[in-house]
Design a protein around this ligand. Structure first.
Ligand code: PLP
Length: 399
C-alpha cells in the first residue's frame, strides 16, 4: 500500500534511472521520453554537467538561508539578468511560487506608486499554478472546485482577443499575466499581435505586463526567453521548470524600478536561491550555450512539426493540425479517441512517454537534445496506433 496522497493519476510504472532521452524501470526496460518531466529536463536525464555541478555544490554548501549572501545565487541572478536584459532576480522553489511573487510584486508596486490598482487579469485557458493566488489567476473551474473562497482581485479575458483585452485593462488593473505559449490548455501559441497590443495597452495605462514563461521559457521554444521570439519585452518574467534541469527552483526577473517595490521583509522564502539548484541552473545555462540548443531546437522543431503534419494528413479521422513552437508541441486528437488512450497505448506497447493536455491534445515536450531518430520512432508508434484504429473501425463497419 502506498502512503502517498492520491492527488495524482500516476501511470503504473516506476522509473529508477535515466540517460539522455531515455528512462529505465526496475527491470531495465527503456522508455523514450517525450515529456521530459513536463518540460523540465531540457538537457535530458542524468546530464553529466548538471550531476557534477550538483555534487560539487552539495559537497561544499547546501543551505544558508537568505539571512546571508550566497555567492552562487548572486552569480545565477547576474547570469539571468545579463541574458534577459533585466536588472534583478528573485528566487523561489517552483512555478506557482514565482507567479505568487510576481502578483504580490505587481500589487506592491502599484501600492508604492500611490495607486489603488490591484486587479490581476489573466487569460482563458491559462495555467499559473496551484497555490491560492496563482490558482485565482488560473480560470479553470475544475481546479477551483471546493477551494473557495479564492482571493479576490482577479479577472479573466479571452486569449488572443485584443478588443476584449482593451476592455479588460481598466483603471483598477495592476497587472496582466499571460503565457506566450499556453502549455496546459493543449499548446496554444499567443498571436504576436496580441502580445504587442498587450505591451502597448499596459504601457499606456501604467499596468505591469507579466509573461509566465514557466513552461515555454528556458529554451523550450528556441531562445532562452520566450519573449525574445515574440519581440515583446514584458515588465516581469516568471521562470521555473527547466531552469535547473530538474532541481526545484523558480525565478522572477524584472527591472530595478519594479524590484524596488519589495523592501526587506515584504516577501521571502527559506529555500529560495538555495545553492544546489542555483549551481544546477548555472550549469544548465552553460550547457545550453555549449550544445547550441537554440538552433538545435529550431531544427528539431521543424522536423517534428512536419512529421506530425504528414501523420495528421494521413489520418485526418484521428488527428488535427499540430501546433506549437520549438519543442512544445500539441497534436489535437479527434473526438473518437481519448488522448489519454493514446498515452497509455504508447507507453505499454511502444515504450514511449507522451502526455495528454487540455482539449484532448497530445503534448510533446521532450528533452531539447532529442534526435531525429527519436522523432521518427515516436511518429512510427503513432502511425501504428492509428493504423490499428482504422483497421478496427473498418472491421466494425463490415460487421
Ligand atoms: N505556470 C505555467 C505556465 C505552468 O505550466 C506551470 C506548471 O505546469 C506553473 C505555472 C506552475 O508551476 P509549478 O508546478 O512548478 O508550481
Amino acid at each position: 500500500m502506498s502512503h502517498l496522497f492520491e492527488n495524482y493519476s500516476r501511470a503504473p510504472v516506476t522509473f529508477v534511472s535515466g540517460k539522455g532521452c531515455e528512462l529505465f524501470d526496475a527491470q531495465g526496460q527503456a522508455y523514450l521520453d517525450f515529456i521530459g518531466g513536463i518540460a523540465v529536463c531540457a538537457l535530458g536525464h542524468a546530464d553529466p554537467a548538471i550531476a557534477q555541478a550538483v555534487s560539487r555544490q552539495a559537497q561544499s554548501l547546501v543551505h544558508v538561508s537568505n539571512l546571508f549572501r550566497s555567492e552562487v545565487s548572486e552569480k545565477l541572478a547576474g547570469e539571468l539578468c545579463r541574458r534577459s536584459g533585466f536588472d534583478r532576480a528573485f528566487f523561489c522553489n517552483s512555478g506557482t511560487e514565482a507567479n505568487e511573487a510576481a502578483i504580490k510584486l505587481a500589487r506592491k508596486f502599484a501600492f508604492r506608486s500611490g495607486s489603488k490598482r490591484h486587479v490581476v487579469v489573466s487569460c482563458s485557458g491559462g495555467f499559473h499554478g496551484r497555490t491560492l493566488g496563482a490558482l485565482a489567476a488560473t480560470p479553470n473551474e475544475a481546479y477551483h472546485e471546493g477551494f473557495g473562497p479564492l482571493p479576490g482581485g482577479f479577472a479573466v479575458t479571452p486569449f488572443n482577443d485584443v478588443r476584449a483585452l482593451d476592455a479588460a485593462l481598466g483603471p483598477d488593473v495592476a497587472a496582466f499575466i499571460v503565457e506566450p505559449v499556453q502549455g496546459e490548455s493543449g499548446v496554444h501559441v499567443a498571436d504576436a499581435a496580441f502580445l504587442q497590443a498587450a505591451r502597448k495597452l499596459c504601457t499606456e495605462r501604467g499596468i505591469l505586463l507579466i509573461f509566465d514563461e514557466i513552461q515555454c521559457g528556458m529554451g523550450r521554444i528556441g531562445p532562452t526567453f520566450a519573449f525574445e521570439h515574440f519581440g515583446v519585452r514584458p515588465d516581469i518574467v516568471t521562470l521555473a521548470k527547466a531552469l535547473a534541469n530538474g532541481l526545484p527552483i523558480g525565478a522572477v526577473l524584472t527591472t530595478e524600478a519594479i524590484a524596488a517595490a519589495f523592501k526587506p521583509g515584504d516577501h521571502g522564502s527559506t529555500f529560495g536561491g538555495s545553492p544546489v539548484p542555483c549551481a544546477a541552473a548555472l550549469a544548465h545555462l552553460q550547457q545550453r550555450d555549449a550544445l547550441g540548443l537554440h538552433s538545435q531546437t529550431d531544427t528539431m522543431s521543424s522536423y517534428f512539426l512536419n512529421a506530425l503534419r504528414e501523420l495528421a494528413q494521413e489520418f485526418p479521422e484521428l488527428f488535427g493540425e499540430p501546433r506549437g513552437l520549438g519543442l512544445l508541441i500539441g497534436l489535437p486528437v479527434n473526438e473518437a479517441v481519448k488522448a489519454s488512450e493514446i498515452v497509455d497505448a504508447l507507453r505499454s506497447d511502444a515504450m514511449m512517454l507522451v502526455n495528454a493536455a487540455g482539449g484532448n491534445t497530445l503534448r510533446f515536450a521532450p528533452p531539447l537534445i532529442v534526435e531525429i531518430a527519436h522523432v521518427d520512432k515516436l511518429v512510427q508508434a503513432l502511425r501504428a496506433f492509428a493504423q490499428s484504429r482504422v483497421k478496427e473501425s473498418v472491421a466494425a463497419a463490415g460487421q
